[in-house]
Design a binder for this molecule. Structure first.
Ligand SMILES: CC(C)(COP(=O)(O)OP(=O)(O)OC[C@H]1O[C@@H](n2cnc3c(N)ncnc32)[C@H](O)[C@@H]1OP(=O)(O)O)[C@@H](O)C(=O)NCCC(=O)NCCS
Length: 131
């Protein structure tokens, strides 16, 4: 499978809603990802197998030097082939190119190895409050 990775490429809301529902095990929603990301994100990375969206990650931004990885997603039948790692590699390169100095992420225990070992994030203290 040859995967094409793109930064800030056009996408359909329905494709991202489907990926999100599958990845986080909830019903398919009708969120307007295009508006949300255009207004609030530094960018996003898409991974396509031909025309099919198989991976996606949102890179949020503080408007200065901090970028934040949110919701790395790879469709179930394409996992464990390096697509998630490559999504983060592109997010890292593009965030650096945009002048960011730090790329942040937080995550649950089941993906520790993905972020620390495969993607190269270093361990740090972080905090979270559910609002
Ligand atoms: C997490 C996710 C994006 C990883 O995507 P992926 O394309 O499968 O990741 P990669 O193939 O690049 O994985 C690289 C390495 O990371 C580790 N890894 C990836 N997924 C893992 C998992 N579920 N459990 C443990 N290790 C994992 C493995 O070491 C893997 O290498 P290996 O396949 O040679 O063992 C994907 O599983 C996914 O979409 N999950 C559901 C949504 C989710 O939880 N996203 C993270 C939210 S913070």
């Amino acid at each position: 499978m040859t995967i094409d990775y793109k930064w800030r490429d056009d996408f359909d809301n329905a494709d991202v809603n489907a990926l999100h529902a599958e990845g986080f095990n909830h019903k398919v929603l009708d969120d307007d990802w295009k508006r949300q990301l255009e207004e609030h994100s530094l960018g996003w990375v898409s991974a396509r197998d031909g025309v099919r969206l198989v991976g996606f990650v949102n890179v949020a931004w503080d408007g200065a030097v901090h970028a934040f990885v949110i919701d790395t997603l790879v469709t179930a039948d394409a996992r464990r082939q390096g697509i998630g790692t490559q999504l983060i590699a592109v997010a890292q390169a593009e965030s650096r190119a945009a002048g960011c100095e730090w790329l942040h992420v937080d995550f649950e225990d089941n993906v520790r190895s993905f972020y620390f070992d495969a993607c190269g994030f270093t361990r740090t203290n972080a905090g979270l409050i559910a609002l």
